[in-house]
Ligand binder design. Sequence first.
Ligand SMILES: Nc1ncnc2c1ncn2[C@@H]1O[C@H](COP(=O)(O)OP(=O)(O)OP(=O)(O)O)[C@@H](O)[C@H]1O
Length: 196
Amino acid sequence: MTSVPDPRPIVISGPSGVGKGTLYNLLFKRHPNTFTLSVSHTTRKPRPGEQDGVHYHFVTKEAFLELKAQDGFIESAQFGDNFYGTSKATIEEQRAKGKTTVLDIEVEGVKQIQASKFPARFVFIAPPSEEELEKRLRGRGTESEDSIQKRLKQAKVELEYSKTGIHDRIIVNDDLETAYKQLEEFVFADPTNEED
Ligand SMILES: Nc1ncnc2c1ncn2[C@@H]1O[C@H](COP(=O)(O)OP(=O)(O)OP(=O)(O)O)[C@@H](O)[C@H]1O
């Protein structure tokens, strides 16, 4: 187990299909028992192979809205017809495990966490180009044409927000190994040695 000098959770954001999952899964694989992925609640249907409680907490819209009404989320958002959110209980459980929590969060969630002053480090994964992003989304083969179009539209919003300068680090995921090394360096940086 490698130790992470900065105890704050790491919030990873970026457009759908940019390679967020690919990058942090590599981080988990190369540093076993160091990280834990925050499991979000969602009202979307599971993709093939996705397990409840592992990839997401799959819940009904009614259950989601009830938890939200009870102020049970540190962030929540709606994309298309689906709701997503990170529950406070999930965060607490992970903290208790003594591991560094990684959150995979979309732009509205990032804004909510920042507004709440929740202590976290923010890293944005950017595509080399919009064309390459579309290629990756299509290449993944998990989305309908309608879903691809929605994600590409939302990608513009994500990319605009990355220009506001609120992220601690922006990594362009062009060559995977290069991007990975940048993520690893950011994650393991010692805050007491940083100038900013
Ligand atoms: N550097 C890279 N070069 C080429 N292809 C890549 C690179 N990084 C990721 N990919 C591919 O791009 C596709 C999208 O990656 P991934 O599923 O990790 O994206 P994501 O950002 O996690 O998407 P979502 O937010 O929808 O879950 C995958 O097929 C992945 O193999």
